[in-house]
Design a protein around this ligand. Structure first.
Ligand code: PMP
Ligand code: GLN
Length: 382
């Protein structure tokens, strides 16, 4: 078998979800919401199976979804895109990201990834033959260390991957950091792949701005979105890419030979949702902020240190001395609550070792149950 893949373990999300099931633990590990998206979208998807044929849709996406993605881009990011040439529909953001590496990188090109990082990036970059350079975000506030970032660029750098709002930290990159990154991309003539799947999951007082809106970035950045995150339908696996036609075309060429196309009934339902279920996705940030506040208060009472965040449905907490992997396993088995060890999001050799990620897009009952279980396990220190 492929010796690179032979060295890779099963993804931490699957491992921890299986462990949660085995021990009947409350699963605050893998990121998926309890409250699903609008029923009207499920009805549209079901109706589409009967109202349209069920044969290969166009490889780049059905026209109505491409148009809805273009409208959504202009409305929420202020970036107009041409639906026909500057949008692409993919099997989730996952395929979009994989095809972005395959479509934009030549073997041996360097790509810059931040640590911590979503676990798909490094394998996908490696499939494309890229050489990975990593920059560790500052664990104090997850800001971009400017000197290290500058040092990561070389004449071989082909692209930088920016994920904001960020998984697993919940960090929304500051305009200052984004401007700095944009300046480096322009200076070194690189592309940027912007993983913006959590674009609507931002708390009050913060705002998400796409790197593509910064000077010089419109022609070199592609943005990736996900219906899984925007509509809390993670099973649907509908994603999209927007960007300059030349780059979207390259990503689409890879997509032709990875999956070719995407279930059309779900595409039509997502098109409907982007245009008509605006209240759902624009309300996500506020809804999640309340859940985060609850979890944060309870965890602090138990004695965890909770790291600040501006968005997403993830919260990182610092505990004491045990390594994070042992701690996550023990919490599942003994306290009945599943988390994700944050070191799993690092590819560099020296990750922080006492951080765990909680996913809080869960029912209030489930969050209470998890907090009660942790409190009876650890006691209340404050
Ligand atoms: N990027 C990030 C940062 C994610 O957290 C996820 C999903 N967990 C994805 C991409 C993949 O999204 P999708 O399910 O649409 O493939
Ligand atoms: N993105 C989700 C998370 O971060 C998990 C996705 C997956 O299980 N592959 O938890």
């Amino acid at each position: 078998v492929n010796s690179y893949l032979d060295s890779i373990k099963t993804t931490i999300f699957s491992v921890m979800s299986a462990l949660a099931v085995e021990h009947s633990a409350v699963n605050l590990g893998q990121g998926f919401p309890d409250d699903e998206g609008p029923d009207a979208m499920k009805e549209k998807a079901a109706a589409a199976l009967y109202d349209h044929n069920n044969q290969y849709p166009p490889y780049a996406g059905v026209a109505e979804l491409k148009q809805a993605v273009a409208r959504h881009s202009e409305r929420y990011s202020g970036i107009p895109v041409d639906a026909a040439t500057e949008t692409l529909v993919t099997v989730g953001a996952s395929e979009a990201l994989t095809c972005a590496f395959l479509g934009l990188v030549n073997r041996g090109d360097e790509v810059i990834l931040f640590d911590p990082q979503y676990d798909l990036y490094a394998p996908a970059a490696t499939f494309a033959g890229a050489v990975i350079r990593t920059v560790q975000l500052d664990p104090n506030d997850w800001s971009v260390p400017h000197a290290a970032m500058e040092a990561a660029f070389s004449e071989r750098t082909k692209l930088v991957l920016i994920n904001s709002p960020h998984n697993p930290t919940g960090k929304v990159f500051s305009d200052e950091d984004l401007a700095f990154i944009a300046g480096l991309c322009v200076k070194h003539n690189t592309y940027a792949v912007c993983d913006e799947v959590y674009e609507h999951l931002v708390f009050e007082g913060s705002h998400h701005r796409s790197l593509r809106t910064f000077p010089g970035m419109a022609d070199r950045a592609v943005r990736v979105g996900s219906a899984g995150k925007t509509f809390s339908f993670t099973a649907w696996k509908i994603g999209w890419v927007t960007g300059p036609a030349r780059l979207v075309t390259a990503v689409a060429k890879a997509h032709q030979f990875v999956t070719f196309t995407v279930a059309s009934s779900l595409q039509r339902a997502v098109a409907y949702g982007l245009d008509h279920e605006v209240a759902f996705y624009t309300g996500l940030g506020k809804m999640l902020e309340g859940k985060r506040a609850y979890l944060e208060r309870r965890l602090k009472e138990i004695g965890f240190q909770v790291l600040p965040a501006q968005g997403t449905y993830f919260l990182i907490a610092d505990f004491s001395t045990e390594t994070d992997t042992d701690f996550s396993i023990r919490l599942t088995k003994e306290a009945g609550v599943t988390t994700i060890p944050v070191s799993a999001f690092y590819i560099s050799a020296d990750p922080p070792r006492t951080l765990v990620r909680f996913c809080f897009c869960k029912t209030d009952d489930k969050l209470r149950q998890a907090c009660d279980a942790l409190e009876s396990f650890f006691g209340k220190r404050r």
